[in-house]
Design a protein around this ligand. Sequence first.
Ligand SMILES: Cc1cc2nc3c(=O)[nH]c(=O)nc-3n(C[C@H](O)[C@H](O)[C@H](O)COP(=O)(O)OP(=O)(O)OC[C@H]3O[C@@H](n4cnc5c(N)ncnc54)[C@H](O)[C@@H]3O)c2cc1C
Length: 370
Amino acid sequence: MTAPIWDDGAWLGFRPLEGERSADVCVVGLGGSGLAAVHELLELGQRVIGIDAGTIAGGAAGRNGGFLLAGPADFHHDAVRQVGRDRAVALYQRTLREMDRMTSETPDAIRREGSLRVAESDAEREDCRAQLAAMHDDGLPASWYQGLEGEGLLIPTDGVFQPMRRCHARAGHAAMRGAQLFEGTAATRIAGSRVETPTGVVHCSAVIVAIDGRLEQVLPELVGRVRTARLQMLATMPTSEMRTPYAVYSRYGYEYWQQLPDGAVVLGGMRDLGGEREWTDVAEPSEPVQSLLEAHLRTRLGVNAPITHRWAGVVGYTENGLPVFDEVRPGVWAIGGYSGTGNVVGSICGRAVAQQIVRGHAEDRALFTG
Ligand SMILES: Cc1cc2nc3c(=O)[nH]c(=O)nc-3n(C[C@H](O)[C@H](O)[C@H](O)COP(=O)(O)OP(=O)(O)OC[C@H]3O[C@@H](n4cnc5c(N)ncnc54)[C@H](O)[C@@H]3O)c2cc1C
């Protein structure tokens, strides 16, 4: 019951690392971001070892809402206010390109039928109108929407995906391209030239730590900069009680849902209403968030189908909403802290940190950080 609906049990897995190995770069953490780094390193001709303490996509990368939304964590008009118009537009365009790339890499795992931001109050409706105006000013595709899901904004370029299936496909492909990947292999000591695990050692020239939630535990120098929070979800049996092809989010993005092709409804959110207890690294579903989600499912969405899955994942939040992308120890680069929206930005950061290490610079670093 606490496994995400995305886990179809088909993954055969990689064995743990044993003994001493060497590579150019060691990637610690094999979620969507770490796997993007692995592929980019291969592209750049590097020998790569990737390790994960649990399983591929066992973290947030395989436990999320499956939304692919363009832009940073902020809505476009907020991003314009926050970082300026030119940069907000560049960020938006860059995430759109990444989504295109992700779609071409794993077409079977992604559907790009659009997203809906629906308003739950008059004030939010006004905010949706402000967002639409800002997007139109900047030539970004969006239109006003009124339908069964509610009233708000339709963004036709967004989409949904099966996050675990995508990660598994990317991991399998990386292994075929020559990456050495290990599961059940936690990094217990990390230095730029050496990563220790319970049963082995990786010798390398650089390390990428690609962990979102709990990043500050693995690299304590990030305590105070990244704070781990829990996000929770549930899913139902297939149902025809509602029908939507969109990635739908409401109440300023706090609630989000999609419907799978078989009719199952996947719903997440209510973190803020769960209070202080949701600032935790315990990736287990809990009260009161699950009750609030269930009430939302029954009353707001009108779905009475039985609930088949309840699960949680942990992610990293930063004060300014911008991700960590830093060399935190000599030769040790950390990426993470995507503030709840790392599916696309994490992929960009993974690729960029690989470029940073190999080439000494990465254009996207300045765009997405600092
Ligand atoms: C319920 C939920 C809903 C979400 N919805 C969305 C959404 O709709 N859209 C969106 O963009 N984002 C969403 N997110 C956020 C998104 O899932 C994450 O930002 C993203 O998946 C982070 O991926 P990652 O690869 O950076 O990190 P992670 O998925 O955290 O992967 C890190 C990996 O590192 C491993 N690891 C940890 N410690 C060690 C160690 N010491 N040694 C080796 N390995 C280690 C873990 O086992 C894990 O597999 C959601 C998250 C949750 C939990």
